[in-house]
Every structure is written in C-alpha cells, then in structure tokens.
Unconditional design. Sequence first.
Length: 485
Amino acid sequence: MEKFRNILILFKVAVVKKVFVSGDFNILHPGHLRLLKFAKESGDYLVVGVHSDRLSAKCINQEIRLESIHSTSYVDEAFILDYPALEYIQNEQPDIVVKGKEFANKVNPELDVINAYGGQLLFSSGEIGFSSMDLLKREFEALSSNVKHSALYLNRHQFDIEKLQEIVQKFSNLNVLVIGDSIVDEYIVCEALGMSQEDPTIVVSPLANNKFIGGAAIVASHAKTLGANVKFISVTGDDENFEYLHDGLEALGINAKIYKDSTRPTTLKQRFRASAKTLLRVNHLKQHSVSSAIENSIIKEVKKNIEDIDVIIFSDFSYGVLTERVIDSVTALGKKYHILMAADSQSSSQIGDISKFKNMTLVTPTEREIRLSLNDFESGLVVLSQKLTSNIEAQYVLTTLGAEGVMIYNNTENELLTDTIDALGNIVKDVSGAGDSLLTCSSMALAVGANIWQSSYLGSIASAIQVSRVGNVPIQKEELLEELN
C-alpha cells in the first residue's frame, strides 16, 4: 500500500506543469501583474527569478524587489537569480518559459535550449481585461477614510507628507488657463419599481435630480478651488444649461470666456441611478467642430492672456471645441512663452485621440485611449508609453488604470523610468471625474516645481477624494491638505 501511495505522489509531481519567468521587476506595475497572471494560467506552478543587484544594477534593492513578487497571488515560488536565466533554464528545464510580448519579434537565445528538451516559450498578451485576487482583497479590506496612503511609494521616492503640503500651498501662486469642452452632468435618482410585465424592461420612478459642472469646466473648477487664478475658455449652446454653467463658474470666481454656438446644445449627460448604481446614461450633444469664426475668437483670447499664464490645460472630450487649428495655435503660443502644458483626450463614450497633443509636459490617458491612438492592442504598458512619448514628444505619461491605479512613465530620467501608484481611494461611489482631478492636480504640482513622482501622488490623492462622492464636486485645497494630515 505504501509503495502504491508513493507511485501516486510521483505521478502527481510528474504531471505538474512548471512555468518560469525572470526579470528585474524594479517597480511592480500592472503590466508585470498581467505577465504573471498569464504565466500562472499557462501552467500549474509559477517560479519567478528576480535578477540580483549584480545582474540588474537597478536602484531598488533586490530584497525589496523579491518581496514585491512574493506579495502577489499568482507566484508559487520566487528567488534571487544571481546567474543568467538561460543557465537556470538549462539546469531546471521548466515546462514553459514566459516572456513579455515585446520579445516576440526579437532574438530569444533560450529558444534552442527549450526546444531541445521539449518545452515551450510563450509571450504574454497585452490584453486589457484584468481580474486580480489582490484587487478583490483590497475591496474587502477598505477602511472608512477616503485615502489609503502608500508608504512604499513615499519611501521609494524619499519624500514625506510635509513636502507635499508645501507643494499644495504653492498652488495659490499659479495662473491657469483651461480650454476644452464644457459639460453639464445631471444625476437623476430613481426608485426601482421592478420589471415590466409587458416586456423585459426595468421600471423606475424618479425621486430627485442634481446637476454638476463637468468636462473642461470641472477641470477649471478644480484648479480654482485648489487655489489658482483661473482663465477658462469654452463653447456651449444658447440654452438654460449655459446659464447653469455660467452661474456656477461665476460663483467660484473663475474668469470664464464662453462662446455661444447656436448650432449645438450645451452638452448634457444624464445618469439615471438607483440603489447607488448607475442604470443608464443618456448624452445630449452635437460633436461637430466649431466654426472658423469661433476658432479665431478662441485663439485671439488666448493671445490676449498668454503672458500671464503659468499652466495650460487642454481638456478634450472630442465635442468640437479643440480643433486641430486651436490646438496647434495654442500649443505654439505655449512653447513660445515656455508655459507648462498638459492634456487629456477622453474616449469613454466617444473616440478621442491623445496623440493630437504634441510637446506636452504631461498627458493623462487611459490605457484604452493610448491603444486607440497607437492602434496597438497587444503591447505592454511600458512599450505603449514609449511609443506614445516618441510620437508626441511628451515628458510624462500618467496612464490611468481604474482600480489598478496609475502607471507613471518618465521620459526625462534615466535612473527610474516607470513607477506605479495603486488606487488610493478606500471609498468608491462614482468614478466619473477621477481623471479630471488627476490631470488638474498633477499639472499644478509640476508647475510649482514638484517632480513627477510627487505630482503623480498628489493627483492620485485628488482622484481618491473625487471618487468617494457622487457627482463632480470641485476639490477644495483644504480637503487635499486634510487628507495629507
């Protein structure tokens, strides 16, 4: 009987598919998690070799990098690899070796060795879909405060909360110009009555509605309530929603120049909600470009104010305000006067193109928006960022990844190219406007002298505050400082 049991054990061990992955893993970003997830799903037992400090010569200590790999839910075994991965593969003969998609069209010296013993070399996909046990655990462990700080990130970049507070206090010295599409967001709170008996339709009864300033107008509002002097340029229809926007911006003390266009309504986005969930969104809009006369007026208005501006923020929803001529003209003026410029081109329910914004200091696309602009749906996140910065000559890219947080790509430094910040929000009620708050706060921080790591962290805090409430409510400087306390 004992002999039979031993044979069974040997049989089970023999059929286990061992998968091997190796790398520096200097900063464990979502792209790495996707690689590890793919590797784990390709076999039964995932082994990860973390290159030693001697092999990688990276600035993050090998023990810290190993600890990050150990913390993921996909990895069964991890160790410091102090000799070439090819030597490990020759000795251990793993069933499957996984590398990133970017290696698919390159020379892979381990291929001959793997083929010789009958193994497989796989390249992970760049799929957008991502489901992580780590994210599920984070949801159940959420605390009651709005923001959960990342001590690892703060330590990694060697700055403290007091330094961030100093940066926020400097926002009051800024003159910010915001240009883009204005939106009014309307939330209609409903009582769910049930399912219609005639057809499979959900029946609701509206209880209350609330309107909020949205689009580029909320970017301007964030900038103002965070302390800056703000000039805002946009286009709306000649209707009651124009009046709502105008009155709201005026109440905040924003210097707004809004051009009325009788060929379009003011963009209105309605969200029907029940039981704290959005059931349906209805957009009332026209997406054609503004006339040449309005283009001329916008460019003239920018020229009139340009010498006093410290930051230009383009907030694009592809609804016609930011035409190619307007973008190129304003960008040329920004370059001439050495003004920091930042841009976001949203593609949630429409098709935007972040690549039309050239020579920006900062761009903040989603992963989907980068992939659409590059027509690349396979490459990893770092490769996507490299391609984008090469195409548009941007200094920094913050790729927003929803519940995965944000990945930072630094095109100006050699010692640390990328990093990631997990989503800092403990309470997520409404994700609308998260990107706008990140764009605004990060841009302003860069403008007052913060580095990209500090700026990204402040932007992530602002985003965490934004998603903790329903509707676009301008973030106050005091709120940011309170979270920093």
